[in-house]
Design a binder for this molecule. Structure first.
Ligand code: NAD
Length: 471
């Protein structure tokens, strides 16, 4: 087969791949982006971040309408038109992926629809959706193939046993939905279905929701979800899932013994793993970590010098914004620049109600490493803005260095925490001290003031709380 040639082949068109391809094209490289979908976007845009956020927005509207009853404004119970809701979500996806397609075209990069497999360390074989084959020679390649859902051992194939992709398709509205896994996907999609009217039961293996996240940040969320969900089982595992014609039996066991849950559908959301199968990487010198990720250096270069890897395939955390940043670093390195992936703070956001967001050093990480830290927490009950929106159940927490006052990490639970965390990322990245945050004038009344006030507490007292001094 005669090979076409490209400067940079990017395998995978998600946030890691398209950010890399766009950056490389902007730097003057000849770029071919290979992905099976009609436009760039990957899992994030087609069946992840974007459709889930569209549905979570609807959940938020329903819940706000419900809460308005407390303020003297009563709405009738919502009528859910699942078809129209699905259409709207698809329109959001089409609009954004279409926009990316136009951006790719106007940058002059080639978008090759198909799946790619390495023939060796300098060639890819691409199979197009029509079944045609094309061999592509490259100077550099970036692997950005993302991740795939982990399945439970013995998980049956059934229309009633869903992964996140199926849940986002809104196949039907189950009266009862069991969600296996109390992590990002389980809690976000559980919240969507609960708002639409399903009775949701969560089964989480560890002893708390969002394991690994600081307990004080998770607590307000757990309380809120206890009111929205039918039941939350922690410390419980699923022994068997048995789908019937119109019901599913889920056998679980835990501290309370064994029990059967009966439902109309089960969502399995027990994590994701790097998607590296069938890529032909065994025909290159690319190496893997013990946990199955592609091993990379600070520039995201693999053990094969011409091949880079970014995003979910190249390590935790599996987050779109981390992938995009890595993608840009790899593209710059491929273009000969001395770029390095060296973040101090990668924000994480769980888009539940309330949202949970954090960045930089967490309290749990500091404890585990024995690092001395200072913690200050500003309760949202003391935030004028949080009270005006009827959402005072939150906390803004600063992790600072006791000697220098430097901001090492921030955690926020509350409405729009995902927006607020960006200021914290800047503070950590810029090496700000708490006083920098405390003395920066924040607009009033906003939730952003909670960051300023948590920083004021590092130096003594915040204006809107008073901590009694001991002794
Ligand atoms: P996750 O790692 O967030 O959560 C999985 C949960 O399942 C954990 O709490 C784990 O303890 C539990 N679990 C594992 N095995 C179990 C079992 N047998 N029975 C019961 N519980 C079990 O994974 P996820 O929710 O599937 O999401 C996958 C990844 O996708 C996340 O790690 C995240 O990086 C990404 N994601 C991010 C966002 C966001 O940024 N808002 C949203 C969705 C997904």
């Amino acid at each position: 087969m005669v090979a076409d040639r490209t400067g940079l082949a990017v395998v995978g068109g998600g946030p890691g791949g398209y950010a890399a391809a766009f950056r490389a094209a902007d730097l003057g490289l000849e770029v071919t982006l290979i992905d099976p979908e009609p436009d760039p976007g990957g899992v994030c845009l087609y069946r992840g971040c974007i459709p889930s956020k569209a549905l979570l927005h609807v959940a938020k509207v329903i819940s706000a309408a419900h809460r308005a009853g407390d303020w003297g404004v009563r709405f009738a119970d919502p009528e859910i038109d699942l078809d129209r809701l699905g259409q709207w979500k698809d329109e959001v996806v089409e609009r954004l992926t279409g926009g990316l397609g136009k951006l790719a075209d106007s940058r002059g990069l080639e978008h090759l629809r198909g799946t790619a497999r390495f023939a060796d360390a300098a060639h890819l074989d691409v199979t197009t959706p029509d079944g045609d084959h094309r061999r592509l020679a490259f100077d550099h390649a970036i692997v950005a193939t993302g991740s795939e859902p982990v399945r439970l051992p013995g998980q049956p194939d059934s229309d009633r046993v869903w992964d996140s992709r199926r849940a986002l398709e809104l196949p039907f509205l189950p009266s009862r939905l069991v969600v296996v896994g109390g992590g990002y996907i389980g809690l976000e999609m559980g919240s969507v279905y609960a708002a639409l009217g399903s009775e949701v039961t969560v089964v989480e293996m560890t002893d708390s929701l969002l394991p690994g996240v600081d307990a004080d940040l998770v607590r307000p969320l757990t309380k809120s979800l206890e009111a929205r969900f039918e039941r939350i089982f922690t410390g419980a595992t699923v022994d068997e899932i048995e789908p019937g014609d119109d019901r599913v039996r889920v056998a679980i066991s835990g501290e309370g013994g064994r029990r059967d849950l009966h439902c109309d559908a089960v969502l399995v959301a027990v994590g994701r793993r790097p998607f590296v199968r069938g890529l032909g990487l065994d025909r290159t010198a690319v190496r893997f970590t013990e946990t199955g990720f592609i091993a990379v250096d600070g520039q995201r270069r693999t053990a094969e010098p011409a091949i880079f890897a970014v995003g979910d395939a190249a390590g935790e955390p599996m987050l779109a914004h981390k992938a995009s940043h890595e993608g840009r670093v790899a593209a710059e390195a491929a273009a000969g620049r001395r770029s390095l992936w060296d973040p101090r703070a990668i924000p994480a956001v769980v888009y539940t109600d309330p949202e949970v967001a954090w960045c930089g050093l967490t309290e749990a990480e500091a404890e585990a490493s024995g690092r001395e830290i200072r913690i200050t927490r500003f309760p949202w009950a003391a935030s004028g803005r949080a009270v005006t929106t009827g959402a005072p159940h939150g906390v803004t927490k600063l992790v600072t260095d006791p000697a220098s006052g430097r901001v090492l990490g921030v955690g926020i639970t509350g409405e729009e925490a995902g927006e607020l965390i960006a200021e914290a990322v800047l503070a950590v990245e810029m090496g700000a001290v708490a006083e920098d945050l405390a003395r920066s004038i924040h607009p009033h009344p906003t939730r952003s003031e909670t960051l300023m006030e948590a920083a004021e507490m590092v130096g003594g007292q915040a204006t809107h709380t008073l901590r009694k001094r001991s002794g």
